[in-house]
Design a protein around this ligand. Structure first.
Ligand code: ATP
Ligand code: MG
Length: 579
């Protein structure tokens, strides 16, 4: 067991499937590369909540480390203070723990290394590998060239080391305004890889940072800080997504142009005699899910404009939203394992995620009865005040989950959809004069239909056949089984039914001008008069249930009030998307 192992209590992940990263690590270990160590990291930028795509990266990083008795760090990549905040830091930590993963040691921040990063920049300047540039952002763009044209050298490129050191120190001291200067690597303005055209390493930003306050007014770029942070933490395998493939030469260039002894001295291995080897970046494909937006900028926009109720809106692809919706950590981990890790982009069908959640909840969620659209039924041959207590299994396939008592009384409710006055052929549930079985109880016959003045059915008067408890009725076949709840002893609850948030497969496609135009207006439907059996509410109740015939549900902790529970439907029992 290592720090980065998963919780054992709900770990039901299937056997690990082979992928190119597992293969590469096995090969590295066989060759003794990295001194036989595996040390990964998950590096979120705290500029939003984690989403299901991040879960893929989390599962990959923590799992490959744990499988090899390695370690996995959590490092906030916090070099962009404008958009970052402590709220996001806290939410990200909570989400990772909820998924069942534990990072090695303290939480890390790139900002922990601002002093080291500064010293390494001084080193690059001293080695004539970096210079202070005075081109404006606009000018830099013009000098950069394009995919078909080489860039041009900055007029400041040949500035002396002494002058660069002086200017860089004064940038740090706060002498210059935002944008007046930047520190750039001196690589090759004619490189076919634009990332290698003297990329910016530091920029001036007079802005407070959530971790370092007003200590710094120059901030390192992602490309500069990431590789060095990896080296400081002795990361062996720096796993990232494909868009960083073209940045890999820069990752390697920066580390190779620093003095390896000084890197080692700054690293966690400084005082040990373990081999110190530079980290190695490897890219894998991002998870994309159909009917889902994953860009943090868009997700933030939806939160801020009120399209959803917050980052934890149960329709959001965020881990906070999925948790509130009732997704289990095991289901998300199993999903991430099942989609595999590859080097080419592809879109995963939402049905795979739904399969994973059904598969897990089917095993762990106790059953209960909840009537979503109640129709009152009076059982004429049960006396008022009489309570018949029926014992029902909490799970049809798992006796260990125990049994519960369900109260049958004179007044019950069934779902309106389970009664048809003039049913079409093949309708197996209740009709005037017809019979159905009440789930776990008697066969019931509809003797009378009561309507209001407008002709709407408001009540059924029925009678039960008391000889049919746990037995087949004599002399006739009763095919339909309906769920029901005691009207006297059930609990009134609100239920929220969710559907996909977007009605197009790719709301982030280039030809979608505005995602708001493709929002599904029926993505949330709230039913406020549902009736739930009493055993499913209260402090000792389970966190998720299968409401028989209706799907899997969980209590919405955020919006439930005393005496007025709210339940979220996590998922229907069957795939309702395939038309
Ligand atoms: P944005 O959505 O704004 O592009 P980001 O996805 O880059 O942000 P980070 O916080 O930088 O967000 O991501 C942290 C880690 O998660 C990175 O290593 C990133 O590559 C990985 N990651 C992000 N999105 C996905 C995804 N859809 N699938 C797999 N990994 C992802
Ligand atoms: Mg990022």
């Amino acid at each position: 067991m290592t720090d980065s192992d998963t919780d054992s209590k709900d770990s039901s992940a299937g056997p690990a499937s082979s992928n190119f990263i597992r293969h590469m690590i096995a090969q590295d270990l066989a060759e003794g590369k990295h001194g036989g160590r595996v040390h990964t990291r998950f590096p979120p930028e705290p500029n939003g909540y984690l989403h299901i795509g991040h879960a893929k990266s989390i599962c990959l990083n923590f799992t490959v480390a744990a499988e090899n008795e390695g370690l996995c760090n959590l490092r906030f990549d916090d070099t962009n203070p404008e958009k970052e905040s402590q709220e996001y830091v806290d939410a990200i930590k909570e989400n990772i723990n909820w998924l069942g993963f534990h990072w090695h040691g303290e939480v890390r921040y790139s900002s922990n290394y601002f002093s080291e990063l500064y010293e390494f920049a001084v080193q690059l300047i001293g080695r004539s590998c970096a210079f202070v540039c005075s081109l404006s952002a606009q000018e830099s763009r013009e000098y950069r060239g394009s995919l078909t044209e080489p860039g041009r050298n900055s007029p400041d490129r040949e500035r002396s080391v002494a002058e660069n050191l002086d200017l860089f120190a004064r940038m740090k001291a706060g002498e210059f305004e935002d944008g007046a200067y930047s520190l750039r690597a001196k690589i090759d303005m004619a490189s076919p890889n634009i990332n290698m055209r003297d990329p910016v390493l530091y920029r001036i930003r007079h802005i407070e940072h959530h971790q370092t306050g007003s200590e710094w007014c120059i901030y390192p770029t992602y490309d500069y800080s990431h590789c060095i942070s990896d080296a400081i933490e002795n990361i062996t395998h720096s796993l990232c997504t494909l868009e960083f493939e073209d940045h890999r030469p820069l990752y390697n260039w920066i580390l190779q142009h620093l003095d390896i002894h000084s890197l080692r001295a700054a690293s966690d291995l400084a005082d040990s005699d373990l081999d110190y080897v530079l980290p190695q970046q490897t890219e894998f494909a991002k998870l994309r899910l159909n009917y889902t937006m994953m860009g943090k900028r868009n997700l933030r926009e939806m939160v801020e404009s009120g399209v959803v109720s917050g980052w934890d809106d149960p329709r959001m692809p965020t881990l906070a939203g999925m948790r509130r919706r009732g997704f289990t950590p095991a289901s998300i981990r199993n999903f991430c394992e099942s989609i595999g890790v590859a080097r080419s982009d592809s879109v995963v069908d939402m049905a795979m995620l739904e399969h994973a959640i059904r598969d897990d909840l089917d095993k762990v969620a106790p059953r209960a009865m909840c009537v979503l659209n109640p129709l009152k039924v009076t059982l004429s041959n049960i006396e008022a005040g009489h309570v018949e207590s029926l014992s029902m299994a909490n799970h049809p396939k798992d006796e260990a989950m125990g049994r519960r008592q369900v109260a049958l009384t004179r007044e019950i409710v069934i779902d309106r959809a389970d009664f048809e006055e003039q049913p079409a052929a093949g309708f197996k549930r209740l009709r005037p004069g017809g019979e159905v079985r009440l789930r776990g109880a008697y066969v019931m016959r509809c003797d009378e239909v009561v309507k209001d003045d407008a002709g709407k059915v408001v009540e059924l008067v029925c009678s039960v056949d008391k000889a049919t408890l746990g037995k087949k009725p004599e002399g006739r076949k009763v095919k339909g089984v309906v769920h029901w709840v005691s009207a006297d002893l059930g609990v009134k609850v609100s239920v929220r039914l969710y559907d996909r948030l977007f009605n197009v497969e790719n709301p982030e496609a280039k030809d979608v001008a505005d995602y708001r135009a493709c929002l599904n207006p029926d993505s949330i439907v709230e039913l406020s008069d549902c009736m739930l059996e009493a055993a499913a509410v209260g402090e000792s109740a389970a966190s998720s249930f299968q409401f028989e015939r209706e799907g899997y549900f969980c209590l919405d902790v955020a919006d439930s009030r005393a005496g007025k529970p709210v339940f979220n439907r996590t998922i229907t029992l069957r795939d309702s998307w395939s038309d």
